[in-house]
Ligand binder design. Sequence first.
Ligand SMILES: Nc1nc2c(ncn2[C@@H]2O[C@H](COP(=O)(O)OP(=O)(O)OP(=O)(O)O)[C@@H](O)[C@H]2O)c(=O)[nH]1
Ligand SMILES: [Mg+2]
Length: 241
Amino acid sequence: MSVNKIALAGNPNTGKSTLFNTLTGLKQHTGNWPGKTVVHAEGSFEHNGEQYVLVDLPGTYSLFSNSADEEVARDYIIFDQPDATIVVLDATSLERNLNLALQVLEMTNKVIICINLIDEAEKKGIRIDDKKLARELGVPVVKISARNKKGIDQLLDTLNQLVHGQIVTTPYRMTYSKEIEEAILKVESKIKGYFDGKYPSRWIALRLLDGDEELILKLQNHKNNRQGEEITNGVPVSVKS
Ligand SMILES: Nc1nc2c(ncn2[C@@H]2O[C@H](COP(=O)(O)OP(=O)(O)OP(=O)(O)O)[C@@H](O)[C@H]2O)c(=O)[nH]1
Ligand SMILES: [Mg+2]
């Protein structure tokens, strides 16, 4: 049976680790990400007979690799290509939190928006129209309270449907000016050919147009390391000689 890799992303202090602990209980390992003094927590759980590995990414406000935390979170989504990324948002400051959500939506189709601290929002009289948000963002939106263990079953059922392809997403993507969109198209077609469509080409095109040279080196390294490997279900498997 295959194991589904799930990432938890979000701003600092949105309850990612609380959700992580709720889902994984005591089945977790912690350490540092390779070469970084950034805590890595990984745990596992089962739902409906399905196995999941959950990775608690560092909390960040963006994913532009301006810090070790951002780099770790970005690289995990781009290179490890989880089966789903749950973006945890704070219901009491949605507007600020949606910035990171939009960045994740540009990187992958497999996203669930999880609005946490819904109990706090209710206390403050904030009402969130999750259905409207889901329509506008093109991905499932689930409201939870990780601390009070509310909405967890719905989150897990949504996750189950997403990893089985029963939910098809159409993530919201920013449209830029005509000049930028033309430049994206040109760069994107080259990227698709060069990387065999393995990475999110529009997102890479945007990063390259932004002058992220370090990303080019990383992508090249990743491509070279993958040569001689066969990819099965998104997981590299060494080819037997
Ligand atoms: N009221 C309420 N508080 C919550 C909920 N979920 C988490 N918290 C609290 O929010 C605070 C931050 O939670 P964490 O789980 O540490 O947040 P985090 O996203 O892992 O934070 P970083 O690791 O710093 O990015 C803690 O005090 C939690 O107890 C919730 O559903 N309701
Ligand atoms: Mg945490």
